[in-house]
Ligand binder design. Structure first.
Ligand code: ADP
Length: 457
């Protein structure tokens, strides 16, 4: 920022000085030229006046005095020429004798012969100078002319250039100091903000408000995410500890011979089931992080949800029988755009919960249908199980949230099933609805938006 500001200042100051110089020259040069011509006019008038009020031209003493004055003017860089009415040069203070060519056709002389006075500006032999001429007709038809060399616009400008460079340098020094001072002042609140996101308010920088809001939001998200991850890690460690402690305990009992031979199969079963729980939990954790992180391994395609539900129903049939629960799948072909593996997991987790949190002789009904009013494809899993108390209904989609921990664990739950479901639903831009009554049962609906499906078909 500082570098940029300095560069901008350098360019601005240089441009300002240069354009001022050009502008001043443009205004000043014509004024100067006008002044020179007026001076010449005054001198010529004075010289002409000196020939005597009545004399038509210079003669005798007046002529000698004109020549003396001519010499003096010559010393001051003013040329004096006196011509007779035919344009023949009678006297010129620059050129000795009268060897000069006839001046009749010089513009200022022609003009003076016609109107009484004439002016002209011609380029001098040296590039940088102009010669200014003023000619005045005398009563006898002769012409008195004065001329002076003066700088033209270009030379005036180039003469002014070296001092301009000094001014430029001085202004730049001041500018750089100011830029330094200003940037410090401008940047300071931003620096303070970087140190403390929450405290600093950039009220004086209105333009930065949206930027600041966005940074704050991102900052908030990062903090929330970090806290969430920290909590999750703590939860994972805690959850893994229980089965590992059990495994270690059983193994130790067997190792030290403290377990009687009848106990060994029981302890081995304990080790086995704890290890299974560990495996199930680790699988779910890996799955969750896969779902969170990337698109890797996802294949989006057109799938018949009813067919997937039927396969899931067959897969869970044995488990349902074991829990004395009747599992049915009803519906019709309904196509959605989705990832097969994710949808299988979604179906499995919902049906599995319906079976596990049920009661003997209960039922789990899976229905797939297209809702006429909205066009949504609906997956509905309805059970006649234990239900979820109202106060827990918000929480069950969080990781490791269980209403009844022992029931979850005894049926092989990890506390992560519905968290995975929630992720999958989000990935499919679908919507989740939960209805449950304690002791009566639970109905979970997943609504797959029609528009989303069609878009990809
Ligand atoms: P878990 O592995 O413990 O089943 P889930 O994430 O699948 O984990 O479910 C979280 C909690 O929600 C469960 O522990 C259970 O208390 C409750 N729950 C989930 N599905 C049902 C259901 N169909 N009926 C009653 N309670 C349920």
């Amino acid at each position: 920022m500082r570098k940029r500001l300095n560069r901008m200042l350098l360019v601005t100051i240089s441009l300002a000085i240069l354009s001022t110089a050009v502008l001043i020259t443009a205004v000043y040069v014509p004024l100067l030229q006008e002044q020179i011509l007026t001076d010449l006019q005054d001198i010529t008038a004075l010289l002409a006046w000196d020939r005597g009020e009545t004399g038509n031209t210079f003669s005798g003493q007046e002529a000698s005095r004109l020549y003396v004055l001519g010499e003096k003017l010559g010393d001051r860089g003013i040329r004096l020429t006196w011509m007779d009415s035919t344009g023949r040069v009678v006297y010129d203070n620059r050129v000795e004798g009268t060897g000069l060519e006839n001046h009749l056709h010089r513009p200022e002389v022609t003009q003076a012969m016609e109107t009484g006075e004439g002016r002209a500006v011609r380029k001098s032999s040296t590039l940088a100078l102009n010669t200014f001429y003023y000619a005045l007709q005398l009563p006898d038809g002769g012409v008195l002319r004065t001329a002076k060399d003066a700088g033209n616009g270009y030379s005036i400008f180039s003469n002014a250039f070296p001092p301009l460079l000094w001014i430029l340098a001085a202004l730049l020094l001041v500018g750089l100091y100011m830029a330094h001072f200003l940037t410090e002042k401008l940047v300071a609140p931003i620096g303070r903000l970087a140190e403390n996101m929450e405290a600093e308010n950039l009220e004086e920088y209105e333009e930065l408000t949206p930027f600041l809001a966005r940074i704050r939001q991102q900052h908030g998200d990062i903090v929330k995410n970090a806290r969430f991850r920290q909590e999750f890690t703590a939860n994972v460690s805690h959850e893994l500890k229980t089965p590992l402690t059990a495994i270690s305990g059983y193994a130790e009992l067997i190792e030290t011979g403290m377990a009687s031979s009848e106990d060994v199969p029981r302890f081995a079963r304990g080790i086995h089931s704890s290890a299974d729980r560990l495996l199930a939990m680790i699988n779910d954790i890996i799955r969750l992080s896969e779902l969170e992180d990337s698109q890797v391994g996802q294949t989006w395609e057109r799938l018949d949800l009813y067919e997937l539900a039927s396969v899931c129903g067959e897969m869970l049939d044995i488990s349902a029988r074991k829990h004395q629960v009747q599992l049915t799948v009803d519906g019709e072909k309904c196509y959605i755009y989705g990832d097969r593996q994710m949808l299988e997991e979604l179906l499995y987790n919902l049906c599995d919960n319906g079976i596990r949190y049920n009661r003997p002789n209960g039922s789990v009904e899976v229905k797939i249908y297209r809702e006429a009013s909205t066009g949504n494809v609906v997956l509905e899993v309805c059970d006649t199980g234990i239900g979820i108390p109202r106060e827990h209904q918000e929480g069950i989609f969080q990781r490791f949230y269980r209403v009844d921990k022992s029931r979850s664990q005894s049926t092989g739950g990890t506390g992560l099933g519905l968290a995975i479901v929630k992720h999958i639903v989000e990935k499919h831009h679908a919507r989740l609805e939960l209805e449950s009554r304690e002791g009566a049962g639970t109905r979970i609906r997943v609504l797959f938006g029609d528009s989303m499906g069609e878009e990809f078909l």
